[in-house]
Write a protein that binds this ligand. Structure first.
Ligand SMILES: [Zn+2]
Length: 136
């Protein structure tokens, strides 16, 4: 499957990552599923409440619940989760893989090399990212 991200959401995601650095940022993407893939149309920044936020992330459960409810109210579904790696790399850490529970792509923003990648976890299968469209 492919994940479509409109440029405006990619910009918002990088802005969130830069704002939270050197801590990792975390957030959710809401959108529409369409056959072979998904298109994100809304970005929900979440608080990283990990006790070690420069190395790991843990989305504030209350924030995540509110984001999921906002998606539902807007006719959207969770299409991806994202977090940043302030010093790279652009692939999942062992902790990312171990703690992954959602059946959606995990987007990783590597601020070191300015690379955005997505994976299915815990399998580690890469997901194609396409930056296009306009968002809502
Ligand atoms: Zn990570």
């Amino acid at each position: 499957m492919a994940l479509i991200l409109p440029p405006v959401l990619v910009d918002a995601l990088w802005a969130h990552a830069e704002r939270d650095a050197p801590r990792e940022c975390v957030g959710a993407l809401g959108g529409h599923l369409d056959g072979a893939g998904a298109e994100a149309v809304a970005l929900y920044p979440l608080a990283n409440v990990s006790p070690d936020p420069e190395r790991t992330y843990l989305a504030d459960p209350g924030h995540l619940l509110r984001a999921l409810r906002a998606m539902q109210a807007g006719g959207l579904t969770l299409v991806a989760l994202y977090h940043s790696h302030p010093r790279g790399p652009a692939y999942p850490s062992p902790t990312d893989t171990r703690l992954a529970v959602y059946p959606v792509p995990y987007v990783i923003a590597d601020l070191g090399s300015r690379t955005l990648r997505a994976y299915r976890l815990p399998e580690g299968t890469p997901v194609a990212l396409r930056v296009e469209g306009r968002g809502d």
